[in-house]
Design a protein around this ligand. Structure first.
Ligand code: PRP
Ligand code: MN
Ligand code: MG
Length: 187
């Protein structure tokens, strides 16, 4: 096991805890999609790690499963959401039409990103749209939003790791933790 990153203050969700919960979510999702053609859509960049781990655990197997990614961001380099969600310009509605879409996100914060994405998938003619979010930071919600599958309730702290960045750093860490105060530039 690698040592904790020197800029990390404390580990909030350990690698073991995350992996155990991701496996449970995979079983819950598998139970619900047994007879469906499932399209798993990971939201880049933050959900890259959660998505690749989650799909390995989706069981029982759906009738068929596709895995794809969609890029959406609103944070840029700062610590707060801009509220404006930048969407994947190469998105094609035809790829979603009549499919059972599972959007996979690392974290729900204000709710802006997922509200936009669910609406977009519905407009694109998805047969159904559900959301799996590893973390739910309820205290920060600006738009009401509830995921169908949630990994953990998240304290209202500035966290990174397991796909989640601060100014593009720390996405590679296998655990989720808080950054030492001296490494945060407040807006
Ligand atoms: C982060 C995170 C979620 C979103 C959640 O993405 O990965 O996608 O913000 O925040 P919200 O509920 O307030 O919309 P970010 O915009 O930082 O892009 P990234 O995934 O590429 O880091
Ligand atoms: Mn994101
Ligand atoms: Mg980000």
């Amino acid at each position: 096991r690698l040592p904790i990153h020197p800029e990390i203050n404390s580990v909030i969700f350990s690698e073991e805890l995350i992996q155990a919960r991701v496996a449970e979510l995979g079983r819950l999702i598998g139970q619900d999609y047994q007879r469906s053609d499932l399209l798993v859509l990971g939201v880049l960049k933050g959900a890259f790690m959660f998505t690749t781990d989650l799909v390995r655990h989706i069981y029982p197997y759906p009738a068929s499963m596709e895995v794809d990614f969609f890029k959406a961001s609103s944070y840029g380099a700062g610590t707060t959401s801009s509220g404006v969600v930048q969407l994947d310009s190469s998105f094609k509605k035809e790829g979603v039409r009549d499919k059972h879409v599972l959007l996979v996100e690392d974290i729900i914060d204000t709710g802006h990103t997922l509200s936009r994405l669910v609406a977009l998938m519905e407009e694109a003619g998805a047969a159904s749209v559900r959301v799996a979010a590893l973390l739910d930071k309820k205290a920060r919600r600006r738009i009401p939003f509830q995921a169908d599958y949630t990994g953990f309730e998240c304290p209202d702290e500035f966290i990174v790791g397991y796909g989640i960045d601060y100014a593009e750093k720390y996405r590679n860490l296998p655990y989720i933790g808080s950054v030492k105060e001296e490494f945060i530039k407040h807006d």
